[in-house]
Ligand binder design. Structure first.
Ligand code: E4P
Length: 227
């Protein structure tokens, strides 16, 4: 499963990018707006942190197909590297995805709440489709089940699109999809940190250090003993 950081705070992204084996960063207009009024500076900083080989997802705001295509070209040109343009999975969005596929611009069908939206985005040439798991849960449906259903539709239909599951509330939801073989997940910083937030893990690591220091002295490591 590919793993993305769903955030736009440069300091947080630098921290998480350094610690974890992430494949890129996903943003949306709401996430960017939390960082202040200059999204261009924020996006350029993120691109610098993750480098040109990692995927950076940026969403369009236009709602007419022609304008979406022009905006997508601007995004891809300005941010370079492996930039993925997120496009809402609505009729004008599908029209734009088809045109952008022909132009070689990589897209992600976003704001996916239903399997048929995912099907249409994938068939329109999107490389990723992003179902919003937690928001689906909040509407009274089973988000995990619907994301699995979307994964099955894409696998069986061989559309060449991957599921990018988004909008998680906890790491258990990510685990269930990881176990199912989902293509990719994007997680907010707290969810990512939550993968390994466990008192038993911290206690086990602390006990190894304490035992070793009892034998050879405080602050000693294998480097100081063997080096
Ligand atoms: C991906 O970038 C999605 O836009 C995002 O995960 C949505 O998350 P939310 O439902 O917490 O706003």
């Amino acid at each position: 499963m590919k793993l993305y950081i769903d955030d736009a705070n440069p300091e947080e992204i630098r921290r998480l990018w350094t610690l974890y084996p992430a494949d890129g960063v996903t943003t949306n207009p709401s996430i960017l707006s939390r960082e202040g009024s200059d999204p261009r500076s924020t996006l350029n900083q993120i691109r610098q942190i993750i480098g040109s080989e990692a995927e950076l997802f940026v969403q369009v705001l236009a709602d007419e197909a022609d304008e979406i295509v022009l905006e997508a070209e601007t995004i891809a040109g300005a941010l370079g590297g492996r930039t993925v343009v997120k496009i809402p999975s609505v009729p004008a969005g599908f029209q734009a995805m088809k045109a952008l596929k022909a132009k070689g611009i990589v897209t992600c069908g976003t704001a996916v709440y239903t399997p048929m939206q995912a099907y249409l985005a994938a068939k329109s040439g999107a490389a990723y489709v992003a179902p919003y798991l937690n928001r689906i849960d909040n509407m009274g449906f089973d988000g995990v089940r619907i994301v699995k259903q979307i994964q099955d539709i894409l696998t069986r239909g061989k559309y060449g699109a991957e599921v990018l599951a988004a909008s998680f509330k906890n790491s258990q939801q990510v685990l269930e999809l990881c176990e199912y073989g989902i293509g990719a997940a994007t997680c907010a910083p707290a969810i990512l940190d939550g993968f390994v937030k466990n008192a038993a893990i911290d206690a086990a690591v602390a006990a190894f250090t304490a035992d070793f220091e009892k034998a050879v002295g405080k602050g000693k490591t294998m480097k100081s003993i063997l080096g």
